[in-house]
Design a protein around this ligand. Structure first.
Ligand SMILES: [Zn+2]
Length: 93
């Protein structure tokens, strides 16, 4: 969690088991279990799905720093097909 830059792709092997997802901030691929999942909440805002149980499309971030990158890239609206509403970065804190 919390890699400061997301530019350099780590050479960690994607091993072990479980589904792999891409961080929408930095684009690195990680085990889903290592990522924070976001979904569109009932109000249309993006909420953290800490239990990974909420229905619908999810977007994943590997750390707080990637939130900023994701917002700059409009990665959420892409991940959620334009439905993304407000994001409250403090949710990650
Ligand atoms: Zn990331």
């Amino acid at each position: 969690m919390g890699r400061p830059t997301g530019r350099s792709v780590p050479e960690e092997p994607i091993a072990r088991s479980g589904p792999v997802r891409m961080c929408v901030g930095c684009g690195s691929k990680r085990l889903q279990a290592e990522l924070t999942r976001f979904v569109i909440g009932p109000e249309g805002a993006i909420v953290v799905d800490r239990e990974r149980r909420l229905p619908g499309r999810g977007a994943y971030l590997c750390g707080v720093g990637c939130m900023t990158a994701a917002l700059k890239r409009k990665a959420f609206s892409r991940a959620f097909r334009g439905k993304a509403g407000l994001v409250d970065p403090s949710q990650l804190g």
